[in-house]
Ligand binder design. Structure first.
Ligand SMILES: Nc1ncnc2c1ncn2[C@@H]1O[C@H](COP(=O)(O)OP(=O)(O)OP(=O)(O)O)[C@@H](O)[C@H]1O
Length: 930
């Protein structure tokens, strides 16, 4: 900790907490220095972020992490006063410890420590830290209460006593000891609910799970990590017990104020995009699973000896020791912490009450680690100039022996698009497919959620399939692939969540909905046979609908477990587009009860693939969080210039409204000379009339020579770098036989029988990422919306091209575009500006008009939700960021941070790092493969 004196000098401010009588505003905070627009106040309990450029924009974000203690904070820039409190649901509380923080984000202050005297009336800046990564400098502050406001008896824990016991146990037994004697439930409560900044929080903790070695990475808040992607590192895989413990039901219902229920269903957005609810089964989810959870407390990650016998849990202590020894240098032994999933006969989806429960679990080999469960991935990985080179061994030809001697055929980590999944992507795959964990995986735009999801679908279908060869194309009763919207469902060949549920718009009361489901035997069977339910673009689903579906699941499956025992995998980014709601009262699905009961882990993908320029990725990250620095704002404002047109391609202009898109495209087409070729989509299925709304491919594709077009489908195997979003110019029409396989897909899977005999097909010269061009005859392909059993709802056969002069922002979600033009003056929705700008792959390919930070809107609830995710270290012990004077460099040098919320959401977040694939991969490798 820096000397106090120095700190005071650098801060030059003092925060005075004055208890006030009104229960609605518990404290006022006065600062001795005037608040300026760039000042930001963060706390793990209460977060206030004031937009750097808008003095009127004030966000009050009570953290759900400690809902019982959450202290909303708001600032009044006109009076330079901050008000703490305001949540009438909170009982009066007092502040007796810790800090507040304040920082001018525009100043280059790099590190400051704040420490507060334990004084109820005043808190003086004395200790805090600034995580100086990316371009965001912040000081974290904690306002702590002496009397936790707890609604549940389960939370009435004497934390200090437990900490004392734990510390004593630690001292007696050393690292990793006392696993048998520690009660995980209570301990996890303690760990996860411990007030940041309390004495114990500043000490190394002894965890119910493997104990943190002294050199354990310093945790930091999720918000910090999200805002500062540089330098963070992937961590060893270790969700397991602790995260599950944190998800304990005892953590539910902590007296959080909930907004009134709002039905957000049944809406079609302004651009005609079908919203989640408007889809008569139009909400679509991607995939889901049902099986009870079999969760290893940890997953191993390092390179183990293949001949090594299975590691019983009792060996954990030595593993922890080994881990701890290596921790300062590398993470070679992280994987050796091979805690193991419970056997199949273990209680399903129940929170372990004691760590000892796992002691007898046999070690299970991980198919994704290609080794024993105590082994990490056996990929031979090398790095050159920051680029990862992974030589995957042929899994099919040389199955690896597991530690138990069993032959394991490891599935390829190569996706059907020809990509190699990153470490964090593989981790999610493993958690879902192998350990059947119900989880939510998220990540900023371009972190590969869709790529991962597609692979998940393949692997889950393979797992539950009886005799299918093409697991992407095949359907599977056990795996329900759904999405919130038709267009998202169409992208993944699934159906809307509404369709899956068979509840129409889903606006009825639960009993009516239930009756509807029971009446239809097909629907009923679908509910009963689904093992995994996957829901893509979950950010667009509202809480009420998800809660009702969860209740339906329990009822029709006659199983009282969450979702009636189904495994549920939710995918999305809540910083992107929210549920469509006319009256503005959005209730995100993470606010619902079913979420809290179901989602035991949240994994945040952090490796950004779309943008290779780290500084651009950082700018977008700040934008995503609504915390842009003046430098970032200035940089965005400079992007008004016309893009360089050295390849004959204009940028794709993104509009919020559909009619703007049509108008722009038609105008450009009309300006071209020559004959128009018309390609009419061929639709079929009972919901074929919905395909227009739900399919990216246009109903009528009109093309002229020199039209600028965009490819709407990845080419199988990553053929020639042609992917969804590739831009090209139409250079001719070619007459090809209907059965020509070489039209679009290199595998010929989709296009062999789709082309009309004699039909002239467009010949397009695409510009690849490296600037080279590639010509291709683009044949028809098929998009389908179908139920898990393969029952077709709607299908469209069309040329996978669209005019690329303009695109709606809604339809652009999920796209990667090399050249983008956005006029922010037209943006109206939260997350819209971020979605639009994050389509671009580079700053060189991005033109932004009318950039205004006020258009970068982030819903405070979303910030609150993500802020609730807490750092979790790689060994399974959780430590708070707050209250610890984490040196800036520590996080960068400490890979492998796990985050979990200590609140009811019980989330664990996998933190990889950086947006540069090569760098991130290297860090991962250091951590896992040494
Ligand atoms: N493991 C990987 N290796 C290489 N490239 C990848 C990998 N995963 C994803 N990508 C690439 O990164 C880009 C973004 O991927 P993807 O669309 O899956 O991200 P996303 O998280 O779904 O983004 P969004 O939230 O914007 O929809 C794509 O061009 C994709 O091909």
């Amino acid at each position: 900790m820096p000397p106090k004196k120095k700190v005071k000098e650098s801060i030059q401010t003092k925060l005075n907490f004055k208890p006030i009588s009104s229960p609605a505003a518990l404290f006022t905070v006065e600062t001795s220095a005037p608040l300026r627009p760039h000042m930001s106040v963060l706390s793990n309990r209460a977060t206030v972020m004031q937009s750097p450029t808008s003095s009127s924009s004030i966000h009050t974000v009570p953290s759900p992490l400690f809902k019982e203690n959450a202290i909303p904070v708001s600032f009044d820039s006109t009076t330079d006063k901050a008000k703490i409190g305001g949540n009438s649901s909170l009982n009066p509380i007092s502040i007796d410890t810790d800090v507040s923080m304040i920082k001018d984000l525009s100043s280059p202050m790099s590190k400051t420590c704040i420490e507060s005297p334990r004084d109820r009336e005043s808190a003086t800046v004395s200790e805090a830290h600034t995580l100086n990564r990316g371009q965001v400098d912040r000081v974290a502050t904690t306002v702590r209460t002496s009397e936790p406001i707890v609604n549940e008896a389960a939370l009435q824990v004497d934390h200090s006593k437990k900490r004392r016991e734990r510390d004593e146990a630690s001292e007696r037994g050393g690292q990793g000891s006392s696993f048998k004697s520690v009660d995980l439930d209570s301990d996890s409560d303690d760990d996860l609910l411990a007030m940041p900044g309390t004495n114990s929080a500043k000490k190394p903790k002894i965890q119910a799970k493997p104990t943190l070695p002294p050199s354990t990475p310093k945790p930091m808040s999720l918000l910090d990590q999200m805002a500062t992607p540089k330098g963070t590192q992937p961590m060893p895989r270790a969700t397991g017990a602790l995260s599950r413990a944190s998800s304990s039901s005892s953590l539910n219902g902590r007296g959080v104020d909930r907004p009134s229920l709002v039905s957000s269903n049944s809406v079609i957005s302004d651009d005609g995009f079908t919203s989640a609810a408007s889809l008569d089964g139009r909400m679509q989810s991607r995939y889901g699973s049902t099986e009870p959870e079999i969760t290893p407390p940890f997953h191993s990650g390092s390179q183990p000896s293949r001949s090594q016998p299975a590691q019983p849990y009792s060996n954990l202590q030595s593993k922890v020791k080994s881990y701890s020894q290596k921790r300062s240098g590398d993470f070679a032994s992280v994987s050796s912490l091979g805690l193991v999933p419970p056997s199949a006969g273990a209680p399903k989806r129940t929170l372990p009450t004691s760590i000892s429960r796992y002691q007898s679990f046999p070690v299970q080999p991980s198919p994704y680690s290609r080794g024993s469960a105590t082994a990490p991935l056996s990929l031979a990985t090398s790095f050159s100039n920051g680029q990862q080179k992974t030589q995957a061994k042929s899994r099919s030809s040389s199955p690896t022996s597991s530690s138990s001697g069993a032959k394991v055929n490891y599935p390829a980590n190569m996706t059907r698009d020809g990509m190699t999944l990153s470490e964090e992507q593989q981790h999610v795959l493993e958690q879902v497919v192998l350990y059947q964990r119900s989880l939510f995986f998220t990540g900023s735009a371009g972190t590969g959620k869709s790529v991962l999801l597609r692979e998940l679908i393949v692997q889950l279908r393979k797992k539950y399939s009886k005799a299918k060869s093409d697991y992407w194309e095949s359907s599977n009763d056990a795996v329900a692939v759904c999405a919130s919207t038709g267009i998202a469902a169409c992208n993944i060949g699934g159906c809307t969540l509404h369709s899956f549920a068979g509840v129409g718009l889903g606006q009825e009361a639960l009993p009516v909905m239930l009756a509807k489901v029971r009446k239809n035997t097909t629907t009923l069977r679908r509910w009963q046979e689904t093992k995994v339910l996957i829901v893509d673009e979950v950010s667009m689903i509202d809480a009420e609908f998800l809660d009702k579906l969860e209740a339906v699941a329990r009822d029709v499956r006659r199983d009282t477990r969450p979702w009636g025992g189904m495994q549920v995998v939710l995918v999305g980014d809540f910083f992107q587009l929210p549920p469509v709601n006319r009256n503005g009262n959005v209730r995100f699905c993470f606010e619902g009860e079913s979420w809290k009961r179901t989602i035991t882990s949240t994994i945040q993908l952090r490796q950004v693939f779309r943008q290779k320029d780290q500084s651009f990725a950082d700018m977008l990250n700040e934008m995503r969080l609504g915390m842009m620095t003046p430098g970032t704002i200035q940089r965005f404002k400079t992007l008004t210039r016309e893009l360089v047109n050295n390849d004959g391609l204009r940028p794709t202009e993104l509009f919020p409204l559909r009619n703007q898109v049509e108008e722009a495209n038609n105008r450009m087409l009309a300006n071209l000379p020559g004959k128009v070729m018309v390609f009419q989509a061929r639709d079929r299925g009972p919901l074929k009339e919905k395909m227009e709304q739900n399919c990216l491919a246009p109903t009528v594709l009109q093309l002229k020579l020199n039209s600028q077009v965009m490819l709407l489908r990845n080419q199988a195997g990553g053929t020639g770098g042609l992917v969804n979003g590739s831009l090209g110019v139409l250079i001719g029409f070619v007459n090809r036989p209907a059965d020509n396989e070489n039209t679009t897909s290199s595998t010929g899977e989709r296009n062999t029988v789709l082309n009309t005999p004699g039909e002239e097909l467009p010949l397009v010269r695409f510009t690849l990422e490296d600037g080279k061009t590639r010509e291709m005859v683009v044949g028809r392909e098929e998009w389908k919306i179908e139920l898990p059993n393969g029952q077709l709802q709607g299908a469209r056969v069309q040329i996978p091209l669209s005019l690329a002069w303009s695109l709606s922002i809604h339809k652009s979600q999920g796209q990667t575009l090399p050249k983008v033009k956005v006029d922010l003056a037209r943006v109206f929705e939260k997350g819209q500006a971020y979605v639009a700008l994050s389509r671009a792959t580079s700053l060189e390919g991005l033109q932004v008009l009318n950039f205004d930070p006020r258009k970068v809107m982030v819903h405070p609830k979303v910030t609150e939700f993500y802020n609730s995710l807490q750092v979790y270290d790689g060994v399974g012990s959780s430590r708070r960021v707050e209250g610890e004077s984490t040196p800036d460099k520590s996080a960068a040098s400490e890979p492998n941070l796990w985050r979990t919320s200590s609140a009811s959401l019980s989330t664990a977040s996998y933190s990889a790092t950086s947006s540069t694939p090569g760098r991130s991969s290297a860090q991962i490798t250091k951590s896992f493969y040494k």
